[in-house]
Write a protein that binds this ligand. Structure first.
Ligand SMILES: [Fe+2]
Ligand SMILES: [Fe+2]
Length: 349
């Protein structure tokens, strides 16, 4: 990142002592960005930076947990014990990704219960990709290969995001995503090496998931509203179009190994650019699906709300348990005041 000092109109607008403190905070924030160091929860940061991160991390967390649904749909119908075990592990990983990300968002001063309320009331969004149905077993492979593949392309640069807790969460998530991508590839490879019907099923899944996967990178740069500011803040390191191109270039040789056809007659290597030319996804469809008109929006949201309501007793029990242990620790701390025995307080919950 260029080592230049940026000024932000959202900070240092007050007068008096507050203003002096704020402008110290603003200078410290700009210095961290200029040095390409991480911003931590204790650091001063502009309100806009905080708001952008909360929105992005929450949307990311929501996508992880909503993304469990299309694939969980196939756990009971996986064709072998091995495939079932792999798929269950993957779906559980996605739940874990949601948890890391809600925890990262909470370091910015929000509460995950509020974020979930915003998801359930439709005020916050999740990735449009999960509003498409999983019609066959091959869709599980296409999701792993293409959807998790697109997610990795998007997320690897986030490991260097300027906000420390988000960047660190992404390191672990990316390791797990690469397993997800490989298992999807492996699943499709088994099908394309199988019978004619299995090959046709794999091709049909790739035909349906290709363009929605390209749309996962968001609108083209020319229409993107948050891009420039996110880049200046070190949140986003590459533009939507750059990442989409990277994904296409990475995926084409893999499709050749798989023996599937990417459903784009205009896809070809452009030696001059050193990249593949390809057809853009239908961005009008992307907007419609984000706004709720995807084939599965209502179903995904109804399922999520029901799971949340049915899980209320688990959250209450966990809170009561945590409270009980906190009381025990407080009592033990009181009784042991002045002692230096490390064992005081009993085992951790
Ligand atoms: Fe994930
Ligand atoms: Fe994943």
């Amino acid at each position: 990142m260029a080592a230049r000092v940026r000024t932000n109109p959202e900070i240092s607008t007050d007068t008096g002592a507050d203003a002096a403190e704020r402008s110290d905070g603003a200078a410290a924030f700009e210095a961290l960005l200029a040095a390409d160091e991480r911003v931590e929860p204790r650091d001063a940061m502009p309100d806009g930076y905080r708001r952008t991160l909360v929105r992005q991390i929450a949307q990311h967390a929501h996508s992880e947990i909503i993304g469990m649904q299309p694939e969980a749909n196939w756990i009971s119908r996986a064709p072998s014990l091995r495939r079932k075990a792999i798929l269950m592990a993957k779906v559980q990983d996605e739940a874990g990704h949601g948890l890391y990300l809600y925890a990262a968002a909470e370091t910015l001063g929000v509460d995950r219960a509020d974020l979930l309320d915003q998801l359930h009331s439709g005020r916050q969004k999740y990735s449009s990709i999960f509003n498409y149905p999983t019609l066959t077993w091959a869709d599980v492979g296409a999701i792993g290969w293409l959807v998790d593949g697109a997610a990795i392309t998007n997320q690897v640069p986030l490991c260097r995001c300027s906000y420390g807790p988000y960047a660190r969460a992404m390191v672990r998530i990316c390791k797990e995503e690469s397993f997800h991508q490989r298992q999807g590839f492996d699943l499709l490879l088994a099908l394309t090496r199988g019978t004619d019907r299995q090959r046709a099923m794999a091709q049909d899944a790739v035909d349906r998931w290709w363009y929605p996967s390209l749309a996962m990178f968001g609108p083209p740069d020319a229409e993107s509203t948050h891009g420039a500011q996110s880049a200046a803040w070190g949140i986003k390191r590459f533009s939507n179009d750059e990442l989409r191109q990277r994904f296409v270039d990475m995926t084409v040789p893999q499709a050749e190994v798989l023996g599937v056809r990417i459903p784009d007659p205009d896809l070809r290597w452009n030696a001059e650019r050193g990249h593949h030319d390809f057809t853009q996804p239908d961005y009008a469809e992307l907007l419609r699906v984000i706004k709720g008109a995807g084939p599965c929006n209502a179903q995904r949201m109804a399922h999520r709300r029901r799971a949340h309501e049915e899980g209320a007793w688990v959250r209450e029990a966990a809170s009561a348990y945590a409270e009980k242990h906190a009381d025990k620790h407080r009592a033990a701390d009181g009784a042991g005041a002045g002692r230096t025995d490390d064992s005081i307080g009993g085992p951790a919950a």
